[in-house]
Design a protein around this ligand. Structure first.
Ligand code: 5GP
Length: 179
């Protein structure tokens, strides 16, 4: 098992690149099936979801569009309780079937607030695909992703787009903080 050190902490490999690929393919298969007669608009939540999004989108065989939004709720390893829109939506989403692509759903605050915002902007439907989901921590029922690639306990992870203070997004696997 691979281990890495980041800022004095040890992280061990938890999901290998092969395991990630399998789970991403399963998510894409489900979306392809569910959106057979639709043309979804993917909203990628920057920064963390860019790697997951690139992998999911290339497996989508429907006609679709992709746009980006940037929000921030975390400082270091804890949620701040409010999301900031750093890059707002740059696309008209009225009447569109939106699929949000998120790296990880933790308390669910980001997705809860984002869903409200997307409906306010006129989305016809909003569903969420997330690489990771922490079911024991989610505080908002509407934030439970319809397409979770993998569930995880209340642990801090990095890699595959997920950062620690901006670092580690480039890791090809997902690493878990060792106690
Ligand atoms: P939520 O709003 O659901 O509490 O938090 C969502 C955001 O928090 C994620 O998009 C991600 O940026 C950050 N986050 C939550 N848990 C983790 C984690 O275990 N590792 C990292 N790197 N970021 C996390």
């Amino acid at each position: 098992m691979r281990c890495i050190e980041e800022q004095g902490h040890i992280f061990e490999e938890w999901l290998t690149p092969e395991q990630i690929t399998e789970r991403v393919q399963a998510v894409a298969d489900r979306i392809n099936e569910d959106y057979k007669d639709k043309s979804p608009l993917f909203v990628v939540v920057l920064n963390g979801a860019f790697v997951f999004a690139a992998d999911v989108i290339r497996r989508i065989n429907r006609r679709c569009k992709v746009t980006f939004i940037r929000v921030k709720s975390y400082e270091g390893t804890t949620s701040t309780g409010n999301i900031k829109f750093i890059i707002p939506l740059q696309q008209n989403i009225e009447g569109r079937d939106v699929i949000v692509l998120e790296d990880i759903v933790d308390t669910g605050l980001t997705i809860h607030q984002l869903k409200d915002y997307l409906y306010e902007q006129g989305a016809a439907s909003v569903k969420v695909a997330a690489m990771l989901c922490k079911p024991d921590k989610i505080q908002f029922p509407d934030a439970v992703p319809e397409y979770p690639a993998q569930c995880i306990k209340d642990e801090f992870v990095i890699g595959y787009g997920l950062d620690w203070e901006g670092f580690c997004r480039n890791l090809d696997a997902i690493f878990k903080l060792k106690e």
